[in-house]
Design a binder for this molecule. Structure first.
Ligand SMILES: C[S@@+](CC[C@H](N)C(=O)[O-])C[C@H]1O[C@@H](n2cnc3c(N)ncnc32)[C@H](O)[C@@H]1O
Length: 247
């Protein structure tokens, strides 16, 4: 049911807009391999390949709204050598020091030192741009209601990125119809669904959907999770293709 296997089955130029939040690199809460790569560069490559398939599937005037967050090098348990052997491990947030635990990887990788922000969202944006996508916006989702991290020497992470990518210079985006969303900073409360965190708030999906599609269009989420995109699409008369463990 992975995006890698299912996307090739979707017809070319059949989807107006993709709205998705892939597994973040370093968060090993999910099954599958995306996000568990030892090297963040491999993750960027892996996700870049998936997005290349999206390019084929989107209409020429279609858009991709990609939600992604950043991570600090050394903060992810599976970056630690002992953790990298435990592929089936579930991320226990208490294990990392910045989250109140006692573990921290001391390993360096190229210029990455423990405590460095990895800048994954920007690496992905650059990868997609190199693949021909137009990087049209870096929308900041201010995660209203996120608990502050127990850190003393930096601000607490309180936002994520929603990159707006287009595959052509002229594309469908209804910002004129929704002037209230023209600011690139969106304040939206976090929302748990079916007891899970890391799920889309419906309001976030609603904005991307209304900006990126017209009634009757098809929207796609290749990492559908609990299926938030499906629920919002149905509520607004859009067709939907969901891939992943939403069933
Ligand atoms: C950040 S969550 C997305 C949550 C979703 N936006 C929602 O509102 O429920 C990422 C999801 O992708 C799934 N996943 C992981 N690897 C995948 C893959 N290769 N193909 C499809 N889904 C995958 C995970 O199990 C998880 O449900």
């Amino acid at each position: 049911m992975g995006a890698e296997d299912e996307l090739p089955k979707v017809a070319s130029a059949s989807v107006r807009c993709a709205i998705t939040s892939p597994p973040y690199w370093g968060a090993i809460r999910y099954p599958g391999t995306l996000g568990r790569e030892d090297d963040p560069a491999d993750y960027v490559e892996h996700l870049g390949e998936i997005c290349r398939e999206l390019k084929r599937i989107l209409t020429r005037d279609g858009t991709l709204w990609l939600n992604i967050g950043d991570v600090y090098w050394g903060d992810s348990p599976h970056r630690d050598r002992s953790w990298s052997r435990r592929r089936d491990a579930t991320w226990d947030r208490s294990l990392t020091r910045s989250r109140g635990g006692s573990r921290r990887s001391a390993r360096r990788l190229r210029d990455l030192k423990p405590k460095d922000l990895v800048l994954i969202p920007f690496e992905i944006a650059k990868r997609l741009r190199a693949d021909g996508w137009y990087v049209r916006a870096d929308i900041i989702w201010r995660r209203v209601g996120t608990a502050p991290e127990p850190v003393r020497d930096r601000p607490s992470k309180s936002f994520e990125h929603i990159w707006l990518f287009a595959q052509a210079r002229h594309y469908y985006a209804a910002f004129e119809a929704y002037p209230q969303w023209k600011s690139a900073v969106w304040d939206i409360p976090v929302q748990r669904r079916r007891g899970l965190t890391g799920t889309f708030p419906e309001e976030l999906v609603r904005r991307c959907l209304l900006l990126g599609t017209e009634p009757g269009d098809t929207v796609l989420d290749p990492f559908a999770g609990t299926g938030t995109v499906g629920d919002v699409a149905a509520a607004h008369g859009r067709k939907v293709i969901l891939i992943g463990d939403h069933a």
